[in-house]
Write a protein that binds this ligand. Structure first.
Ligand code: NAD
Ligand code: NAG
Ligand code: NAG
Ligand code: NAG
Ligand code: FE2
Length: 454
């Protein structure tokens, strides 16, 4: 019996210690796990013509089809509608999705979904449409829930989603957010002037239909900005805090966040996406008819989506949410909107030179490798040069694609920095995946260094 007591004490001590320590011996059971969530993707020119049959196979009786007003007149929606009609699929169209959605625009889509009894959701559009459709599906299946219930803490309550949702088929038309692969829906929470979102594997689309023909109608700046989103998804997930250094360890696997930190499986997707961006992004932006380049970027957005969907993003995304939320007058060329707007990809990429210069000391090899993939000659360089060379490579990349010269060019000045920092603080869900810890003063300096790039 004494031996048992001693063993029990040792066991308890171990439980207590292991829940605190990060020693490698204990990391397997308490910090070391990761989970790969895979996505169903169908890819190829013309595959969206099959969607009517998919809906028949699902025995859909009443489909909720969501898009935005401009896209509703363009070929991606036409192709999908033709397929629905041809296969006798009954649907209702909601085409009032807001480009860069807000809590108000989400609620309008939710009301539309709640007012009917839809059995399948279909989203045809960019991240704005796909995210809105995820929220409409979620809340119409949880009619008793308050809007903030499932929104990320600390802005919302971050409750886990327990009930079943309807199938959602996403047809992405940008290249892009990768939203067809993720359980994330982002919106601008207007009371705080900052973006936040809902993050749960439960809202991930059941199928992504990735038809590169849809990207041919993207205006030049939509191609550029959505491509920068791919670039940052790849770079941030590849440099995120490693999964076995993230804490706290979830008490139960159901609590493990999708954003787990960089890990050996997400690395494959993120690194490959970066190669594709390096090879094809400039061609895709400059020539709308370059189907090879646009198809490749469409696939890269899926790859990067799977990478960041399982690893997470960090400072560029965390800092982008107040950059987008505090927009004053900047109007985005090529975006079919009347309201002032900083497109998501632009809000993310403008801080990238400063951010990767800041994070490089924590994992210089990965930063050097990223610079190398993006075309820099790193043979003579030392680990200490990693931040500067990746920052320079990114600045050159942005300059070549005629990106606005920093936050200053969007109308921000040094006076805005406190508000931008304040809006970054609640983005802990992503910023805590930064490989380098940071103070508010660090964030201030990163915003300041991003005011002017060239
Ligand atoms: N869920 C996620 O994982 C995730 C990840 C990153 C970003 N986001 C969110 O996604 C949104 C941005 O999405 P986006 O970059 O895909 O752009 P978007 O959906 O906002 O669309 C941008 C503009 O391009 C137009 N457009 C889209 N596809 C087109 C096409 N093929 N032809 C012509 N015009 C087209 C739209 O009408 C709109 O005017 C932001 O709200 C962002 O926060 C979500
Ligand atoms: C709700 O549905 C009814 C019947 O389908 C329709 O007439 C009405 O316009 C809908 N209301 C909203 C807000 O969508
Ligand atoms: C919609 O997009 C097209 C093509 O990208 C663009 O030319 C047009 O101006 C946009 N429509 C509106 C209403 O802004
Ligand atoms: C990179 O960091 C160094 C050291 O912190 C700093 O002096 C330099 O200005 C930074 N460069 C950029 C582009 O942010
Ligand atoms: Fe993004």
């Amino acid at each position: 019996a004494e031996l048992m007591d001693v063993l029990f004490l040792c066991y308890m001590l171990c439980v207590v210690l292991c829940s605190r320590c990060r020693c490698p011996a204990h990391s397997n059971s308490f910090h070391g796990g990761m989970k790969m969530a895979s996505s169903n993707i169908r890819y190829g020119e013309g595959v969206s013509r099959e969607i009517g049959m998919d809906l028949q196979n699902l025995r859909a009786q009443n489909v909720c089809l969501m898009t935005d007003r401009n896209l509703s007149r363009l070929s991606p929606v036409k192709v999908v509608l033709e397929s629905l009609t041809k296969n006798g699929v009954k649907y209702k169209l909601f085409d009032n999705v807001r480009v860069e959605p807000t809590d108000t625009s989400f609620k309008e889509a939710i009301l539309f979904a709640k007012n009917d009894s839809f059995d399948v959701f279909v989203a045809v559009g960019g991240g704005s449409v796909i995210d809105t459709c995820k929220a409409a599906n979620l809340y119409s299946c949880h009619p008793e829930a308050d809007f903030l219930d499932f929104v990320n803490a600390p802005i919302g309550k971050g409750k886990p989603i327990t009930g079943a949702l309807k199938p959602l088929i996403a047809v992405p038309t940008t290249a892009g957010t990768g939203s067809e692969t993720t359980g994330v829906a982002i919106f601008d929470y207007t009371p705080l002037k900052a973006k936040t979102g809902i993050a749960s594997r439960a809202i991930r689309p059941t199928l992504g239909i990735v038809d590169p023909m849809h990207t041919l109608s993207m205006p030049e700046r939509v191609t550029a900005n959505s491509g920068f989103d791919v670039l940052c998804h790849a770079l941030e997930s590849y440099t995120a805090l490693p999964y076995n250094q993230r804490s706290p360890c979830p008490p139960n696997p159901i609590n493990r966040p999708a954003y787990q930190g960089s890990n050996p499986i997400s690395d494959v997707w993120s690194r490959h996406a970066l190669h594709v961006v390096a090879k094809y992004m400039k061609r895709a932006v400059r020539d709308p008819e370059d189907l090879e380049a646009r198809s490749s970027m469409h696939l890269a957005s899926v790859f990067a989506g799977i990478g960041f969907g399982n690893a997470g993003v960090h400072l560029c995304h965390g800092m982008s949410y107040p950059i987008a939320g505090n927009v004053k007058t900047h109007s985005a060329k090529g975006y079919s909107v009347e309201h002032p707007l900083v497109p998501h990809g632009l809000s993310v990429v403008l801080t990238s030179p400063a951010v990767f210069n800041f994070t490089a000391p924590m994992c210089p090899e990965r930063h050097l490798e990223a610079a190398h993939i993006l075309g820099a000659d790193v043979r003579q360089l030392k680990r200490d040069d990693a931040g500067a060379v990746l920052a320079d490579t990114l600045r050159q990349f942005l300059f070549d694609l005629q990106v606005e010269d920093g936050l200053g060019a969007l109308g921000y000045s040094l006076d805005d920095i406190p508000a931008l920092v304040k809006g970054t603080i609640p983005q802990e869900r992503v910023t805590k995946l930064s490989p380098r810890g940071h103070t508010e003063e660090d964030l201030s300096q990163l915003f300041q260094a991003s005011m002017k790039l060239y």
